[in-house]
Ligand binder design. Structure first.
Ligand code: PEP
Length: 248
């Protein structure tokens, strides 16, 4: 039985002090939840987030990392900088990084491989644009993104991954995919994982849906058989709304 995993992607929002405040508000609201709650905060807020979640079940993730160990990469963050702090998760290949920062399927794969070298769990984002959906290539595209992202991993590593299916047209737009649309693509991702890494890996991997998830639609989405939780942007910035989603 897979656990429901809900991760908040705060994007470029909140200062360190605001991070402490928001997590302190969130803590009592998600205490005792059967579902896993992760907050992915900006790099500068990681220390505050880790301090604020101490003694709770809430986990902390970063929103990106680089695929090299160290060196002349101004402005980048290496995986051991995250792990030494106590960070356990890292979002890789969010569509905003693909769109604005030239992230490609190949760099996503390099980052996923590097994450595993450091025991970081990647939350790998895949998803189609509206144009691609209208062209009828959603399944092929998402399957290919998934295969490339996971290239070179063992089946045991794949079992530990989280894949977030995030249709680009639904991110930050208030336009959620219907639970049927989200389910059929998440099922396709699971089928793709099964075809390459076997049924055990496909049964264990966590597949989230992301794209305008809110307190009103999360329960229906997470009830679908292949949707194991969500990656949540806007609604993760409000403790009340995010706690309802986490507890869905
Ligand atoms: C996201 O940032 O991954 C996301 C899904 O954002 P939103 O929930 O705001 O659509």
């Amino acid at each position: 039985m897979r656990k429901t995993v809900v991760a908040g992607n705060w994007k470029m929002n909140k200062t360190p002090a605001q991070t402490t405040e928001l997590i302190n508000e969130l803590k009592p609201l998600v205490a005792g939840s059967e579902n896993k709650c992760i907050v992915c905060v900006p790099y500068t807020n990681l220390a505050n987030a880790l301090e604020a979640v101490r003694g709770t079940e809430i986990e902390v993730g970063a929103q990106n990392m680089y695929f090299e160990e160290s060196g002349a990469y101004t402005g980048e963050i290496a995986p051991n900088m995250l792990t030494e702090m106590g960070v356990k998760y890292v979002i890789i290949g969010h569509s905003e990084r693909r769109q604005y920062f030239n992230e490609t399927d190949e760099t996503v794969n390099k980052k996923v491989l590097k994450a595993f070298e450091h025991d970081l769990i990647p939350i790998i984002c895949v998803g189609e644009s509206l144009e691609q959906r209208e062209q009828g290539i959603t399944f092929e595209l998402v399957a290919l993104q998934t295969k490339i992202a996971l290239l070179g991993l063992t089946a045991d590593q794949v079992k530990k991954c989280i894949i977030a299916y995030e249709p680009i047209w639904a991110i930050g737009t208030g336009k959620t995919a219907t639970s049927e649309q989200a389910q059929e693509v998440c099922a396709k991702i699971r089928e793709t994982v099964a075809s390459v890494y076997g049924n055990d890996a496909a049964e264990e991997i966590i597949i989230q849906y992301g794209g305008s998830v809110n307190a009103g639609n999360s329960a229906e989405l997470f009830a679908k058989s292949d949707i194991d939780g969500g990656l949540v942007g806007g609604a993760s910035l409000k403790a009340n709304d995010f706690s309802v989603i986490v507890n869905s």
